[in-house]
Design a binder for this molecule. Sequence first.
Ligand SMILES: CC(=O)N[C@H]1[C@@H](OP(=O)(O)OP(=O)(O)OC[C@H]2O[C@@H](n3ccc(=O)[nH]c3=O)[C@H](O)[C@@H]2O)O[C@H](CO)[C@@H](O)[C@@H]1O
Ligand SMILES: C=C(OP(=O)(O)O)C(=O)O
Length: 426
Amino acid sequence: MEKLVIEGGKPLSGTIRIHGAKNAALPVLAASIMAEGTHTIENVPDLLDIHVMLDILRALGCRAELRGDTVTVDTSSANSSHIPEELMKQMRSSVFLMGPLLARFGKVQIYQPGGCAIGERKINLHLQGLQALGAVVEESGHTIVCWAKRLKGADIVLDFPSVGATENIMMAAAMAEGITTIYNAAREPEIVDLQNYLITMGAKMIGAGTDTITIEGVPKLTPTTYKVIPDRIVTGTMMMAAAVTRGNVTLENVNPAHLTSVTHVLKRAGVQVTTDDDIINVTCHTRPKAVERVVTAPYPGFPTDLQPQMMVLLSLAEGISIIKETIFDGRFKHVDELSRMGADIRTDLNSAFIRGVPRVYGATVESTDLRAGAALVIAGLAARGTTVVEQVHHIDRGYDRIELLLGQLGAKVSRYTEVASKSLLS
Ligand SMILES: CC(=O)N[C@H]1[C@@H](OP(=O)(O)OP(=O)(O)OC[C@H]2O[C@@H](n3ccc(=O)[nH]c3=O)[C@H](O)[C@@H]2O)O[C@H](CO)[C@@H](O)[C@@H]1O
Ligand SMILES: C=C(OP(=O)(O)O)C(=O)O
């Protein structure tokens, strides 16, 4: 077990480069198995979830390795469509392999996926989409088996613009017979990235980034070299860290267009944000102002993956703010921990009412999930005194050594193992 120890109260300052997007790299790596041969995927972040995906690809018979920020996957020796349960449970994104394995082998056996405890995360839309393409789905306990002699194109209307379901259907449909149209598709930048990768492999599809995606299946895809997009959630996290510490931070290798809703909310809070091609600068010299209402929504709305971090900023803002979480039903676990640091937050169902306080104080807090953990780190940076964030493995799922990233901006964040931290804190 590892912990982060944060000495708060120092404004962040400097320039950092943002790593590639976890949520883009994961479906891209899953899709690689559809084309036999060697793929080179660039700008891949060195994260726990990426390593789990590489382990799964290896368990399926592929050769896969990450060197620097480049993954090489040789899928020619893939010989299994059964994802081992212990790997399946390690992350939600293991579910992305359903569509690709069905497309390549006509069969897939998985188990209910694991992942962060942020609410009920069903996969019914994934399964309904694959069924619409002609797959037979059998569920027994935790085990799910799907098969299809040949997938066939179909019109699919999603009840909700689920990111994962859109991606799974896009991948399966890329090699189905005929035309598939996904209505009410998710519009996230990661969907566009997946479409771009699939097109580079020879797939025929248009519409990603809008709510209607049309795919004409092709019999075969070919391996390729592809560079994934920058991580908009890591970017947003660092923007908020800069703001709460009243710092001046420049983020490079980012796509400002992916953060329009976030920039808009930060500006309403009085934070200065300027952008250039692939650069964002965030400067904040005064206490942020409350924002009456922030509502999470599918892209291009305010991302749920930045809701906990935004809550930290609003906890320190002048006035009363409300955050409404509309995507996940259990994504307020950070509230209790922030309250332990002195934040004044009440929740009612999916709304959080935040009365800004002038400062928060260091405490020992627990990271309950990935973005909650990131939020606690940000709170620790702004706090008076020392903050210890426990259960760092959650944070490692989405941030490549967050302490080093923040250290480049002058933050004092150190990582300790259980044994070291005991002696440090005794
Ligand atoms: C690896 C990855 O890309 N993860 C992101 C992806 O997760 P993920 O793809 O899991 O998110 P979805 O968009 O599918 O889920 C959104 C909502 O739809 C519900 N739902 C989803 C699928 C389904 O079959 N049935 C169903 O009811 C979920 O419970 C949730 O309440 O999008 C989320 C929403 O932007 C982000 O928070 C995650 O960081
Ligand atoms: C919820 C997240 O990821 P996942 O869907 O992989 O759990 C996230 O990235 O914040």
